[in-house]
Ligand binder design. Structure first.
Ligand SMILES: *Cc1c(COP(=O)(O)O)cnc(C)c1O
Length: 356
């Protein structure tokens, strides 16, 4: 089976070997307070910084998921309002989780076919955190680096937090333009689920120290206490961190991965056009490079998924309100060219004959 599901997604083929290595090297049983673990943590962080072009002054934390990052940010960093700009299900969920913990959270829904605009709104006089979902996995849209940079320039004193769960390690992100970035590894990192990565600017750290919220096992103030020694507040997913280190050792720098992702995206767009497959999003300007939602009638969508399955191809289900009327194609780096060719051949045949 070849999975094009956008999370959990296809893992790198070398994962089984790395798991074996972890077992043989005794990594699976190391203590999370040991020198060996601290060295593993340090090495993983420096590889992440090198391969993903993360500025040295940013701090990298490990969590269990992106969802946990929503909660950590809401409980430990937000001390005033938070402004959630979203156009889809994940951004909305982040807003709702935050709102449960902090009634001052404000959500602004924007049109999924339009670029994120914050122009009509002036937050300058209102302190707080601006929250953006860089890659909206549910509808296949993205907020690009330029737009995030504009926000940074317009609001130099606000904290900006970015959910990059389905794009980090797949496209180039200008980390310096925001204060908190996070992702979980079962998407573009090509790894099994159960690990999240959260990256914080010095300003975010300073703010969390000032807020000093210490009511939870994953209070960021506790995590900051531990991160200096390359430790975590609870026994973390050590195997996940090891796999992440091995993956980061082996991947190309993000600039190269970005080019590959973009090239594959463009070639998918050509194919969609040629065979009159409808992208859920009309505007090319806001389409995600890593998640491609294709729209159709419920009958078409269930038929194409069913026929794909017969060819050992798993297409991603639609998400939320688009469950019945879209299928999604993950354009993640762990997918091989030959696998993409297999999918394209299938799509061509399906679209010309009505079945494969
Ligand atoms: C998948 C996803 C999440 C949730 O990730 P978990 O690992 O399940 O917590 C959050 N945000 C976005 C944009 C996602 O794609």
């Amino acid at each position: 089976m070849i999975s094009f599901y956008p999370g959990p997604s296809k893992v790198y083929d070398r994962i089984p070997q790395y798991v074996k290595d972890a077992y043989q090297q005794g990594i699976l049983s190391i203590n999370h307070r040991s020198e060996a673990f601290m060295a593993l943590y340090g090495q993983t962080v420096s590889l992440l910084k090198e391969k993903l072009s993360i500025p040295q002054e940013y701090t990298v934390f490990f969590t269990s998921s992106a969802t946990e990052c929503w909660e950590i940010i809401a409980q430990s960093v937000v001390d005033d309002s938070s402004y959630h700009f979203y156009n889809g299900a994940f951004g909305e969920k982040w807003f709702k989780y935050t709102n449960n913990l902090n009634p001052l959270a404000i959500g602004y829904r924007f049109d999924k076919n339009l670029k994120l605009k914050t122009g009509e709104l002036d937050l300058s006089a209102n302190p707080g955190m601006i929250c953006i979902t860089q890659n909206e996995t549910s509808n296949g849209t993205q907020v690009d680096n330029k737009q995030i940079e504009k926000l940074r320039l317009k609001y130099p004193d606000h904290l900006i937090a970015v959910d990059a769960t389905s794009s980090m390690a797949g496209i180039l992100l200008e980390i310096k333009n925001a204060d908190i970035w996070y992702a979980s590894v079962q998407k573009c990192f090509g790894m099994p689920a159960g690990l999240g990565v959260m990256i914080c600017s010095p300003k975010a750290i300073e703010h969390a120290i000032q807020v000093n919220e210490r009511k939870h096992y994953n209070s960021l103030a506790f995590m900051i206490d531990m991160v200096g020694k390359h430790q975590t507040t609870y026994t973390p997913n050590i195997m996940g961190i090891y796999l992440l280190m091995r993956i980061m050792e082996s991947v190309k720098p993000i600039q190269e991965i970005h080019e590959k992702t973009l090239g594959r995206y463009q070639s998918y767009m050509k194919l969609l056009d040629k065979y009159s497959l409808a992208h859920l999003i009309d505007s090319h300007d806001v389409r995600s490079y890593t998640v491609i939602p294709v729209q159709g009638t419920p009958a078409f969508v269930s038929k194409i998924k069913e026929e794909a399955k017969k060819r050992s191809i798993i297409l991603g289900n639609g998400y939320g309100e688009y469950k019945e009327t879209t299928f999604r194609i993950a354009n993640f780096p762990a997918i091989k060219n030959s696998e993409i060719q297999t999918l394209k051949t299938f799509l061509r045949e399906f679209c010309t004959t009505g079945s494969a």
